[in-house]
Design a protein. Structure first.
Length: 489
C-alpha cells in the first residue's frame, strides 16, 4: 500500500486547504469519508480560527514593516478669537486712578497648517520586529498545517468509530437474539421436565448480560455519531460501510526508521517548535537592538495667518525645515539589559520545547508503527477466531443435544462467538485509524491518503434512525450555536 507524499518544497502552506477542497469538487452521492471531510473543512470552527490566526500574523508583519516606510502627518487649526483689553496707569499728581486708561476690543480669526514627513534611515529595533514577524508567519504556517492534519485524523477517527460501533452493535443484537432463543428453549425444556430450573436461570443471566451489552453498544454508536456532528456541523442519516476487501498490510516502506526520519523532517508540530526557536532568537536580537541609535530624515512645513486688526504687519507666515535627527540611548534604567536576559531565557525555553516535541513525536511514531504492525497480525487472528468459535459453538450445541454438554457450555460458546465478531470489528478499525495516525505523525497525512482510504468503502449505506421530535426543526435549532462571526466586524 502506498500513499503519496506532499511536495517537499512547501508542504505546509495554506495552499493545502485549497488543493484539498479542489479535490472534492465532484459531488458525492453518499456520505462517504471524502464528503464528510469536505463538510468538516468548510464548517469546523477550530480550523476557521486557525486560518484567521494565520491571517492575523500576516497582518502583524505589515504593521511592523510600516515603521520602515515614510511617515507623513498633517495638522491644522482654524480658530475664532475674541480679545478685549483694558489697561491704565496710576498718576502721582492726583489726576485720578483712571488716568491713562486704554481700551481695545478685537475679534479675529487665525489659521495654521503643519505638514511633516519622516523617513527612518536606521532603526534596528523596527527591522528586527519585521524579521520576527516573518519568523512568526513561518511558525504559523506549520501550526495551520497541524490543525488541518488534526482535523483530517479526527474526522476519519470519528467516521470509523461510527462504523466500529455499528458493527459491534450488530454483533450484540445477534448475540441477544441468539441467547434469547436459548432462554426460550430452556424454559420450554424446563416446563416438560427435561432440565432443572438452574439452567433456566443461567440462560436468563446470560440474556440479561447480552441485553446490557446491546444497550451499551447503542450508546456508543450515538456518542460516536455526535462526535462527527460536532466536527462537521452536519447531521448524516447514513454513511458508507467499510468493505471486507480492505487490504491489511504493513506500512510501506516497512522500515520504522524511515517513518521516524519523515516525522522529524515533515511533522508540522516539530517544525512549528523549530520555527519557534527562530522567533525567540530574533527576539534576543530585537532586545539587543534597543542599545543602537536611531536615525531619521525629516521635513516639515508650517503656515500661519491671522486677520487681527492689532497686528501691525498684515499677511501670513510660513516656515520649512529639512534635516536629519538621531537618538542615542545612553541609559534606559536597565530595561534593555533585562529585555536581553528575558529573550535569552525565552530562547532557551523554546529550544527545550523543540526537544520535547521531537522526543514525543519519535515515541509516537515508533508506537504507532508497532501498533499497525500488530494490527495486521491481530486482524488475521481475530478473523480466524470467528471461524474457530463458530465451529466450537456448533460442536457444543451438538454435545448439548446428546447430553454431553449443558446449557452453560452453550451460552458460553454463544458469547465467545459474538465477542470474537466484535473483536474482529475492533481490530479492523484499529488498523485503519492507527495507519492514518502514523501518517499524521510522519507529516504524510494528505488528500491522497484520505481518498485511498475512501476507496476501501463499499458504497453500501449504513442507515441510522435519527431521534424523532414533535418539532421537525428542533434538532437544527439545538445544533445552532449562532451565526459565524463577520470578518472585520
Amino acid at each position: 500500500m502506498r500513499l503519496a507524499h506532499w511536495a517537499v518544497n512547501a508542504p505546509f502552506r495554506p495552499l493545502l486547504l485549497a488543493v484539498l477542497t479542489a479535490s472534492f469538487i465532484a459531488p458525492a452521492q453518499a456520505a462517504d469519508l471524502v464528503t464528510i471531510t469536505r463538510d468538516a473543512l468548510n464548517n469546523n470552527a477550530a480550523l476557521a480560527s486557525a486560518r484567521s490566526e494565520f491571517s492575523s500574523v500576516e497582518a502583524a508583519r505589515d504593521v511592523a514593516r510600516g515603521g520602515l516606510l515614510p511617515q507623513v502627518n498633517a495638522s491644522g487649526s482654524a480658530v475664532h478669537n475674541e480679545q478685549f483689553e483694558s489697561q491704565g496707569s496710576a498718576r502721582g499728581d492726583g489726576a485720578g486712578a483712571n488716568a491713562g486708561v486704554g481700551v481695545s476690543d478685537d475679534s479675529y480669526n487665525t489659521v495654521s497648517l503643519t505638514l511633516e514627513a519622516t523617513q527612518a534611515l536606521f532603526n534596528a529595533v523596527t527591522r528586527q520586529e519585521v524579521t520576527q514577524a516573518e519568523r512568526q508567519i513561518d511558525q504559523q504556517v506549520y501550526l495551520l498545517a497541524a490543525t488541518e492534519q488534526q482535523l483530517l485524523i479526527d474526522v476519519a477517527s470519528a467516521y470509523f468509530d461510527i462504523l466500529r460501533a455499528h458493527e459491534v452493535l450488530e454483533a450484540r443484537l445477534a448475540q441477544e437474539r441468539a441467547i434469547g432463543r436459548q432462554l426460550e428453549q430452556a424454559r420450554e425444556q424446563f416446563e416438560v421436565g427435561l432440565i432443572a430450573i438452574t439452567e433456566v436461570e443461567e440462560a436468563r443471566a446470560s440474556f440479561d448480560q447480552s441485553r446490557a451489552d446491546r444497550i451499551a453498544a447503542e450508546s456508543n454508536l450515538q456518542v460516536a455519531f455526535e462526535v462527527l456532528e460536532q466536527l462537521t456541523g452536519q447531521r448524516y442519516a447514513s454513511i458508507e460501510a467499510l468493505g471486507d476487501s480492505m487490504p491489511i498490510a504493513l506500512p510501506t516502506p516497512t522500515d520504522r526508521d524511515y517513518w521516524v526520519e519523515q516525522s522529524l523532517e515533515r511533522n508540522p508540530q516539530v517544525l512549528a517548535q523549530q520555527a519557534g526557536i527562530e522567533v525567540s532568537r530574533v527576539g534576543v536580537e530585537l532586545a539587543r537592538a534597543g542599545r543602537l541609535p536611531t536615525v531619521q530624515a525629516f521635513a516639515n512645513y508650517q503656515y500661519a495667518d491671522s486677520d487681527s486688526e492689532l497686528v501691525l504687519v498684515s499677511g501670513y507666515v510660513t516656515s520649512a525645515q529639512v534635516g536629519v535627527s538621531a537618538n542615542v540611548p545612553i541609559y534606559t534604567g536597565g530595561s534593555t539589559s533585562a529585555s536581553i536576559r528575558q529573550g535569552t531565557f525565552q530562547l532557551e525555553s523554546s529550544q527545550y520545547d523543540f526537544e520535547s516535541q521531537r522526543r514525543t513525536t519519535i515515541q509516537q511514531v515508533r508506537s504507532l508503527y508497532t501498533q499497525v504492525s500488530n494490527n495486521v497480525e491481530t486482524v488475521e487472528a481475530r478473523q480466524q477466531a470467528i471461524v474457530s468459535n463458530r465451529s466450537a459453538l456448533e460442536a457444543t450445541r451438538a454435545g448439548y443435544e446428546v447430553g454431553t454438554r449443558n446449557i452453560v457450555d452453550v451460552l458460553n460458546a454463544e458469547q465467545s462467538l459474538y465477542n470474537a465478531i466484535a473483536n474482529y470489528a475492533e481490530a479492523r478499525y484499529d488498523y485503519v485509524v492507527n495507519l492514518l495516525s502514523l501518517r499524521q505523525q510522519a507529516g504524510l497525512l494528505d488528500v491522497e491518503a484520505i481518498e485511498e482510504v475512501n476507496a476501501w468503502l463499499t458504497g453500501e449505506d449504513i442507515h441510522f434512525i435519527l431521534p424523532e421530535s414533535n418539532e421537525p426543526d428542533a434538532y437544527q435549532r439545538a445544533m445552532d450555536i449562532g451565526a459565524p462571526p463577520t470578518p472585520g466586524a
